[in-house]
Design a protein around this ligand. Structure first.
Ligand code: GLA
Length: 379
């Protein structure tokens, strides 16, 4: 893909790029909707990425192009007007530039920009975080800035919140920014602070992505966010990460049943993340798998952000040999299921799971066998 980025850049702009950066997609390993509640979450950067190539210009012009879309988005430097329709993708890098301004970082005076990707969009693997992080790396270097990685992640989050208008947390950008091969990224979202948890050898990741639309932006994510904030307020805590399981009983009768269930999910899910870190340290993969599947059950029953397709995939996977555990990954209401398996779970086994889902729902999920990878980097 690096060669493709160079080549497409040459074809588009008639010269070589000066800078190329890569940022990976991510899977949410465990910690569903814990991030914006001040909790902890574990994620993995994956070996599917987005590359941004850039060369500076001196005429005050910002040109954006994407290998996935025809045409060029031409912007006069400093014009942050939101683009619509086919050009809307450029709002991500534009949002990053705008965030640089807010964070006191210089921005490049002019450039040609090109994005290429092997990350399937709409699979819940955070292609938006990847374009934001890769853009942030090349913009910073082109402007002569060398901010800490935390700042680049903040810029990416600012861009995302500004663009999508959903109250997303730090998970996607933090994992894309801090990923490491054979490791999970643990984020304590209160800081946020980042560290890495080694993965025992022999662990495999599979993604099953049903073709149903990824419906995060229809307001249900924001509704869950509001419910969590309402629960925290009723408990008199700044965020649900501060609530104890015992305190949850006090919610009875003071909030709706649904709000009480959302809170229980978040509090118990944060405990599962910690238990997962301990099980990983002990090399107890069976326990890790059990926690993954318990996380899904909680999303399904308490947080109610699963779908029949995702539930079916999880149930089928859990009943398949060599699968440690499976769960929905990411925001939910669509998106994908992640399974953690041994090497014994192979393409044939994955095919059988996909075929069972196709027989039941009439459409075959996209299947990806993923490896963990390094976080965003200038190449
Ligand atoms: C989406 C958001 C993340 C996180 C997950 C749910 O992926 O972007 O910030 O909230 O949903 O855990």
């Amino acid at each position: 893909m690096r060669a493709e980025a160079d080549e497409k850049f040459r074809v588009t702009y008639g010269r070589a790029p000066e800078l190329v950066a890569r940022a990976p997609g991510r899977i949410e390993f465990i910690g569903n909707h814990t991030d914006y509640n001040g909790g902890t979450v574990l994620g993995a950067a994956i070996d599917r990425s987005l590359w941004v190539a850039l060369a500076r210009r001196t005429d005050g012009q910002w040109n954006f192009s994407s290998a996935q879309r025809p045409g060029l988005v031409r912007v006069a430097a400093g014009d942050f007007t939101r683009r619509a329709g086919a050009d809307a993708w450029a709002n991500y890098p534009l949002g990053v530039l705008q965030a640089f301004g807010v964070l006191g970082l210089r921005i490049p005076a002019g450039f040609d920009f090109l994005a290429v990707s092997d990350l399937p969009p709409g699979a819940g693997l955070s292609s938006s975080a990847a374009i934001e992080l890769a853009s942030a790396l090349v913009f910073a270097r082109a402007a002569g800035e060398d901010p800490p990685r935390e700042t680049l992640v903040r810029a990416a989050r600012h861009a995302e919140n500004h663009n999508v208008g959903e109250p997303f947390g730090i998970l996607d950008k933090g994992v894309s920014g801090f990923g490491r091969r054979d490791h999970l990224v643990r984020i304590d979202c209160r800081g946020p602070s980042y560290d890495r948890v080694p993965l025992p050898p022999g662990v495999h990741f599979w993604i099953f992505n049903p073709p149903a639309a990824h419906a995060l932006v229809d307001g249900r994510y924001a509704e869950r966010h509001r419910e969590c904030m309402a629960a925290a307020q009723a408990l008199g805590v700044a965020c649900l990460a501060d609530a104890t399981p015992a305190a949850l009983d006090a919610l009875q009768g003071r909030v709706t049943d649904a709000v009480a269930r959302r809170a229980r999910h978040v509090v118990e899910e944060i405990a599962r993340v910690d238990a997962c870190v301990a099980a990983l340290a002990a090399g107890n993969l069976a326990e890790v798998g059990r926690l993954l599947s318990a996380s899904h059950r909680s999303s399904q029953v308490l947080f109610e952000n699963s779908t029949p397709e995702l539930d079916f995939l999880v149930a089928t996977l859990i009943a398949t040999p060599h699968v440690y555990g499976a769960r929905l990954t990411g925001g939910g209401f669509g998106g994908a299921v992640m399974a953690m398996t041994t090497a014994g779970f192979d393409a044939r086994a994955a095919d059988q799971v996909a075929a069972a889902a196709a027989a039941r729902f009439g459409a075959r999920p996209q299947v990806l066998h993923l490896e963990t990878a390094a976080g965003a980097e200038l190449l």
